[in-house]
Design a protein around this ligand. Structure first.
Ligand code: PLP
Length: 354
C-alpha cells in the first residue's frame, strides 16, 4: 500500500500536554489514529484521522459478546534519529491467529504493517527518546455490526492508536501469587489469542492478589492448578541450575513476541532453554535446594520483569534474595539496545519507519 490514503491531520497538536520526563503508561494518546472497516465481505476505507471518540451502535456485537482482539507493540527512536518498530510482523501473524479463534475475518498482514508505518510516521514527534521509553502501539479489531444473535459479526472496525510510555515497571523484583483458585485459560479455550475477554477474566484475580500485597498473579493451568503458565500478562521464565525453563505453548499460553525473542537470545548465549510443562512443585523444590537462581516475566510493555518472591498456598519462596537477577537484567538491556539501535540488529527484528 504505497498509495495515499485519506488523512485528516489535527488542527493543533496536543503534544505540549505530555510530560516526556515521565509520560506514564497509556495515559495519553498521540494526535492521530488509523482506521479501517470491514463490510460487504472486505476490509476497506483505510484512513488516518485525529484521535478521538467514534460512534458505534449500542447493539454492536463487540459490546455484548466480546468479539474483540488486540495487539501491543512498540516504536522507538534511537540516538541516531532512526524510527524502529520492534517485530511488528510477529504481531501481524499473532493477530491473524487471534482473529481465526474469534471468527473475525483475516486482516492482511502487509496492511497491518503499513498501517503502523503510516501512523508512527505521522506522530513521530510523540516517540519519547529516553532509554526505556517508547511509543506504545495498540491495534484492535472489534465487531461493530448491530445485532443480538450470538454469531460472528458481518461488520468490524480495525483501529490503531499510539501512546508515549515510560518503562512499565521501574522498581525492583516483583512478588507473585501463584493462583490456585482462578484460572486464566483452559484447554480448548482462547488463552493463546490476545482477546479482550481474557483480560476481563484476569481483573478479579489481579485485584485480589494486589489487595493481598502481591504484585502479579502467577497463573497455573486450568485443569490441575499446578502447572505454571504465565505471570499477569507476561510469559514466565525460570533459571534453575544454569538452565532456563519456560512453559511450552499448548493453547493456554499467549505466544509472546518477547518470549520468542528471549528464547532466541538465550540460545545464542549458549544457555539451554527448555520449553515444557513446569510443575509448581518443581519450582518449590528448586527454591528449597538452592538451585532456583532467577525468575522473570517477559512482555512488550515491561520487556523483562524480575521476580523476587512467589507466594503459594501458605508459603513464600524468595528468589535471588528478592533482588533482580543478572540474567534478567542482561536480557532486558540487550533487548532495549536492539530496539533503540544501540546494538546491531543481527536478527532483523526492527522494522525501520522511513
Ligand atoms: C500480550 C501478552 C503477553 C506478552 O506478549 P508480547 O508479545 O511479548 O507482548 C503474554 N501473556 C499474555 C496473556 C498477553 O496478553
Amino acid at each position: 500500500m504505497n498509495a495515499q490514503i485519506p488523512t485528516q491531520l489535527v488542527e493543533s497538536s496536543r503534544i505540549d500536554s505530555v510530560n516526556f520526563d515521565d509520560p506514564g503508561f497509556g495515559d495519553v494518546f498521540a494526535d492521530h489514529m488509523f482506521q479501517m472497516d470491514y463490510r460487504d465481505g472486505r476490509w476497506t476505507d483505510a484512513r488516518i484521522l485525529p484521535y478521538g471518540p467514534f460512534a458505534i451502535e449500542p447493539g454492536a456485537l463487540c459490546l455484548h459478546y466480546g468479539q474483540a482482539v488486540f495487539e501491543g507493540l512498540k516504536a522507538f527512536i534511537g540516538d541516531d534519529g532512526v524510527v524502529r518498530v520492534f517485530r511488528p510482523d510477529r504481531n501481524a501473524a499473532r493477530l491473524a491467529e487471534s482473529c481465526r479463534r474469534l471468527c473475525i475475518p483475516p486482516f492482511d498482514e502487509s496492511v497491518f504493517l503499513d498501517a503502523i508505518d503510516r501512523l508512527v510516521r505521522v506522530d513521530r514527534d510523540w516517540i519519547p527518546r529516553r532509554r526505556g521509553q517508547a511509543l506504545y502501539v495498540r491495534p484492535l479489531i472489534v465487531a461493530t455490526e448491530s445485532n443480538l444473535n450470538v454469531r460472528p459479526a458481518r461488520e468490524y472496525r480495525f483501529f490503531v492508536m499510539t501512546s508515549p510510555v515510560r518503562a512499565y515497571f521501574t522498581g525492583g523484583a516483583v512478588h507473585l501469587k501463584a493462583e490456585r483458585r482462578y484460572t486464566r485459560a483452559a484447554p480448548g479455550g482462547m488463552g493463546y489469542a490476545k482477546t479482550a475477554g481474557n483480560y476481563a477474566a484476569s481483573l478479579l484475580p489481579g485485584s485480589e492478589s494486589l489487595r493481598e500485597g502481591h504484585d502479579q498473579v502467577l497463573w497455573l493451568d486450568g485443569v490441575e492448578h499446578r502447572h505454571v503458565e504465565e505471570v499477569g500478562q507476561m510469559n514466565i521464565f525460570f533459571k534453575i541450575a544454569g538452565k532456563v525453563l519456560t512453559p511450552d505453548l499448548r493453547g493456554t499460553i499467549l505466544p509472546g513476541v518477547t518470549r520468542e525473542s528471549v528464547i532466541e537470545l538465550l540460545r545464542e548465549r549458549g544457555i539451554e532453554c527448555e520449553e515444557r510443562r513446569i510443575d509448581i512443585d518443581e519450582i518449590l523444590h528448586a527454591a528449597d535446594d538452592g538451585s532456583l537462581e532467577e525468575a522473570f516475566g517477559a512482555g512488550t510493555a515491561a520487556v523483562i520483569v524480575p521476580v523476587g518472591r512467589i507466594s503459594i498456598d501458605a508459603r513464600t519462596v524468595v528468589i535471588n534474595n528478592g533482588e533482580p537477577g543478572a540474567l534478567a537484567r542482561e536480557l532486558r538491556e540487550q533487548i532495549v539496545d536492539i530496539q533503540r539501535g544501540d546494538a546491531p540488529d543481527a536478527h532483523h527484528w526492527n522494522r525501520i519507519v522511513e
